[in-house]
Ligand binder design. Structure first.
Ligand SMILES: Nc1ncnc2c1ncn2[C@@H]1O[C@H](COP(=O)(O)OP(=O)(O)O)[C@@H](O)[C@H]1O
Ligand SMILES: [Mg+2]
Length: 255
């Protein structure tokens, strides 16, 4: 029986590249490493789903129906390409936050749903919203590891202590021993001194937990979602694609 690796892509700051990282990593693992991947989009913004070409306004069922126990993951999963399925969300899930917060076992709804399908996948990647509400808690409680994208900005650096507190809450108050799989430096601009300073602080703070790959700031990474394409399709030889391919390899080698 294969082991399923479940990872959340999490940072309470928005705009750091969580969704960009999740959908490109999902395609990278499926395509270059022949891993069976399930991307779970637990952000009501649905950015990772939309970036893969899912028509998020046309959904009959979505992740919220799984969390409300009205559907199973296979009911709502959409096949994107060989070895890659996505469980999508859209803004309608935001309306479920309060009702879901009142359900018994509310922190474990996603973990329970994944238990029924996990042998079908090698990786489950969960794209989190930019906060630590009930959706992110469900994602973290369903994951053994967390990938933390950090953008190369002063505010990015300031946000790190909040992330560490959130993970400590998961470990102590909720008794779940989540590991930091790695910290990913994103939106790196080699011409910018701040990028280098933030990277140096990250390395000092996290040591080996910082992925070796740096994700550069590139227009192509920003444009790819509007073409419903991964960076490997939209600009296959560009520096964004090379970086995400290297990062995918690092994640694959981690376990
Ligand atoms: N490395 C990058 N270079 C250029 N633009 C990027 C990069 N990473 C993300 N973006 C863009 O920045 C915005 C926020 O990225 P996103 O992945 O949605 O962040 P998050 O999910 O953390 O909020 C999006 O428009 C995205 O296309
Ligand atoms: Mg996002």
């Amino acid at each position: 029986m294969a082991m399923t690796i479940k990872l959340s892509i999490f940072n309470m700051k928005g705009g750091v590249g969580k969704s960009t990282t999740t959908y490109n990593l999902a395609v990278g693992l499926a395509r270059f490493h022949k891993q069976r991947v399930l991307l779970i989009d637990i952000d009501p913004q649905g950015n990772a789903s939309a970036s893969l070409g899912v028509e998020i306004w046309e959904l009959d069922q979505q992740l919220k129906d799984v969390l409300r126990r009205n559907a199973t993951i296979p009911d709502v999963a959409i096949a994107i390409e060989e070895n890659l399925d996505v469980v999508p969300s859209n803004i309608l899930m935001a309306e479920e936050e309060i009702p879901i917060s009142g359900l018994p076992g509310r922190e474990l709804l996603l973990r329970k749903a994944i238990t029924q399908i996990e042998d079908d996948y090698d990786y489950v990647l969960i794209d989190c919203p930019p906060n630590i509400g009930v959706f992110s808690i469900n994602a973290l409680m369903a994951s053994e590891g967390v990938i933390i994208p950090v953008d190369m900005s002063y505010l990015g650096l300031l946000g790190i202590s909040a992330i560490e507190r959130a993970l400590e809450l998961i470990r102590s108050a909720l008794d779940h021993p989540i590991q930091v799989t790695g910290v990913l430096a994103t939106r790196f601009d080699a011409r910018n001194n701040l990028s280098k300073e933030v990277l140096a602080s990250l390395s000092e703070h996290f040591g080996d937990a910082v992925f070796k790959t740096l994700i550069p700031e590139t227009v192509k990474l920003r444009e790819a979602p509007s073409h419903s394409q991964s960076i490997f399709d939209y600009d296959p030889t560009g520096k964004g694609a090379i970086a995400y391919q290297d990062f995918t390899k690092e994640v694959k080698q981690w376990h």
